[in-house]
Design a protein around this ligand. Sequence first.
Ligand SMILES: [Zn+2]
Length: 117
Amino acid sequence: MKCDKCQSHIESGEEREYTGQILCEDCYMESLSPVKTCDPWAVYTAKSLSGSGSTLTKLQMNILAVLKETNGIEFEALTEKLGLKSSELQREIATLRHMEKLKAVMEGDKKLFCLWQ
Ligand SMILES: [Zn+2]
């Protein structure tokens, strides 16, 4: 007997039936769970990366451009530079931090925002 999917030989009694096909153990398991779960972290990461969260808005790219240009900038200065309300900028910063694009560093008593790397 042969597996309908991979055509490999199946020992009598080892075959599995799935949606009308005769499958070997491997193909049967694969059919049951199309996403391989042997590495749940990789699956999780791939999912979160392909989500909408990975796409930067124009504003977010602008923010990152300023951070790159200035090598770190204070919140106030950044709002002025971008002409944003602080509440708007706060939200973008939270998003970018979450995406690991931006971080806050303390320089003396000043809090600067700069690129993650
Ligand atoms: Zn097979």
